[in-house]
Design a protein around this ligand. Structure first.
Ligand SMILES: Cc1cc2nc3c(=O)[nH]c(=O)nc-3n(C[C@H](O)[C@H](O)[C@H](O)COP(=O)(O)O)c2cc1C
Length: 140
């Protein structure tokens, strides 16, 4: 089964409470670890940006679950492609808090210094996540 990567943007809904992020990450890490799903989740400015990598079947199945999750809305597919290797292979779901999404990083990959993944191309969003991943590598 081919390796696939999916990127989407979404907006935290009224049902989302700040503590939900812990719940989402705990569940994601538990489920993803069992299914060889890897990736990264960013949350800032009430927006989510997530990259998911795994087999096509696993990516599609998870995306369906995510689409039905009432804690977010306006879920918009930014990119979906077959890939030859994983970029987030060390993480069942890496988390990027809003302090890492600096004004200069946003300005480099989008039209504004304020994080808004709806205004990013799939390619820019992916490249920004690679920068964030590399920064994580440098501190750990
Ligand atoms: C922004 C966001 C990201 C999520 N990411 C994941 C994920 O990477 N993996 C996962 O299993 N669930 C993720 N979830 C949770 C799913 O929507 C769903 O609640 C969960 O997969 C259900 O797991 P269960 O079938 O084991 O109960 C995410 C939810 C949100 C709102």
């Amino acid at each position: 089964m081919f390796l696939t990567r999916l990127l989407y943007a979404s907006t935290a809904s009224e049902q989302f409470k700040p503590l939900d992020i812990e719940d989402i990450l705990t569940k994601a890490r538990k489920n993803n670890g069992k299914l060889d799903i890897t990736g990264m989740l960013c949350f800032s400015n009430n927006y989510f940006l997530q990259s998911i990598e795994s087999s096509r079947a696993n990516v599609n199945e998870l995306y369906h679950k995510i689409l039905n999750d009432k804690r977010h809305s306006n879920i918009t597919l930014l990119d979906y492609k077959e890939i030859s290797e994983r970029e987030f292979g060390n993480w069942s779901m890496s988390y990027v808090p809003d302090t890492s999404l600096t004004a200069s990083l946003n300005l480099r990959f989008s039209e504004s210094s304020i994080f808004n993944p709806y205004k990013m191309s799939g390619e820019s969003a992916h490249k920004m996540m690679l920068e964030l991943r590399n920064a994580l590598h440098n501190v750990t």
